[in-house]
Design a protein. Structure first.
Length: 93
């Protein structure tokens, strides 16, 4: 069971200022959440495969097919200035 002190501690860590009404409300709400989690722990999950998403997704993207391969000479022919097998660029200070 969660207490008002627990809510105050979490609020302090989160740097939140809560009124007394909010503290009571959050104590009740967080208690309900923890009670629900406890109910879920009672469910028998033996034989149930773990999953990371409730819906199976299929990759709808096309395969990466190599259509055309540029040669080094073709690529270097587009450069404004080349030195050997490297692009030649202005010096940056």
């Amino acid at each position: 069971m969660i207490t008002t002190k627990d809510v105050e501690h979490v609020a302090k860590l989160a740097r939140l200022e809560l009124s007394e009404t909010e503290k009571e409300m959050f104590t009740h709400q967080l208690g309900d959440v923890l009670a629900h989690v406890e109910k879920m722990n009672e469910v028998d999950t033996n034989g149930v495969e773990p999953m990371n998403h409730p819906i199976d997704f299929v990759n709808v993207m096309r395969e990466d097919n190599k259509i055309y391969e540029n040669t080094r000479e073709e690529l270097m022919s587009n450069a404004p200035d080349v030195e050997g097998e490297f692009f030649k660029v202005p010096k940056i200070n």
